[in-house]
Design a protein around this ligand. Sequence first.
Ligand SMILES: Nc1ncnc2c1ncn2[C@@H]1O[C@H](COP(=O)(O)OP(=O)(O)OP(=O)(O)O)[C@@H](O)[C@H]1O
Ligand SMILES: [Mg+2]
Length: 466
Amino acid sequence: MTASENFAHLGSMVGGFMFVWAIFRQFFPRQLEKYIEKHFKRLLRVLHPYIQISFNETTGERLKRSEIYTAIENYLSSNSSAQAKRLKADMVKNNQSLVLSMDDYEEVTDEYNGIKLWWTSGKHSIEGSGTTVENRYYKLNFHKRHRDLIVGPYLQHVLKEGKAINVKNRQRKLYTNNGFWWNHVVFEHPATFRTLAMESEKKKEIIDDLITFSQSEDFYASIGRAWKRGYLLYGPPGTGKSTMIAAMANLLHYDIYDLELTAVKSNRDLRRLLIETSSKSIIVIEDIDCSLDLTGQRRKKEKRGEKEIIKPDKKTAEEDGDSKACSEVTLSGLLNFIDGLWSACGGERLIVFTTNYVEKLDPALIRKGRMDKHIELSFCNFEAFKVLAKNYLKLESHPLFPTVSKLLEETNITPADVAEHLMPKTLPGDAETSLKVLIQALEQAKEEQKLKATEEYDKENKSPDE
Ligand SMILES: Nc1ncnc2c1ncn2[C@@H]1O[C@H](COP(=O)(O)OP(=O)(O)OP(=O)(O)O)[C@@H](O)[C@H]1O
Ligand SMILES: [Mg+2]
């Protein structure tokens, strides 16, 4: 007999007692009736010391799917696939992966702090919106002595774990703004930190930072800070800034909001867009130095001795014939968005700015607390090359590696350029040919850089007469 059958058996016994008592109680004097009832309840508690909580699939008049039911379904999925004999299979992530959950009238056990609990599933019919619909439910049974622990911490644990599984299983989205509306497409970038060409120590530091952030909800609450973190990624074009953002989103299972600031007309629109972003997301502003004339606006104001920037010098910008001038988003608007809005809404969010020219940015924008972590992505060194060689050529080592290593020390070449040279020109690719092509490109780049340096040196050291 399963635990649920035991509970049902005890339940029907109790029901029988209640029925008999309802008939006989009228024949007893009032005092005696009270006495019997008190002891009868005590007996019931001894006979059936279990508590049952039901969680229905749909709730309310509109029969909306209950969030807690979904969380429990997710939470029980791993237990179910190991214990239940009858399972239901469902497709998630755009029909790309399979999730198993227990079928109706199945039972699984769970353990929490050494306490055993029983989850059962079932269904019944309910009336709603003029029709009869089938409503599934989960029932949780546990000993009454654990009531506080189960109703409090255990159920919170189930909810949290269930929601985390849901986040992992969901189809993630890449949002882009069209004016002040977000449009989205499915986000399926394959970049991961494993395939990102970068020194392993630096990579580990970033991964640890991200994971610590994602697990620090309670810490942020305890120190009274909004649960957000700012990253500034800077470096020359083609060094992997955008690729790293995709790897971050894949690591944490976050959505991406790619905010095109030049398409935002005003600070008010910016606010509206940001309020619409959901938690567990990365808000990205690429090429922040080009997005708006933020630095220029500030300098102009500063020259006039004003402390705060309230509006951009629109006229001057228009005179410049700059299309960006149509946007009235100001540096202060942007700073308010980073500080103000995020302090108001609790969700888990990263904001990432990228730039090719970190020195152009206003220090106020990138100070700690706004952009907490500054990450430089630089030219390809040998360690980064080894990651690319493994990705593209499936090579851990090769007799040509020392030549590549020496040339990389003498030449500035981006990982994007290295990757392009390692790309097989025919299929199946030949690793040695790719390495030779890369060496040739490195030698050529070295010569060009040497020539340029000589020219610059000559220009700087020209005598005034010349
Ligand atoms: N560090 C890297 N690791 C792996 N691949 C890289 C790396 N850097 C560049 N690449 C490759 O080069 C391409 C361009 O890189 P990416 O778009 O990330 O550069 P970026 O730094 O964002 O450039 P930009 O400043 O022009 O936006 C990527 O699609 C990727 O294939
Ligand atoms: Mg980029």
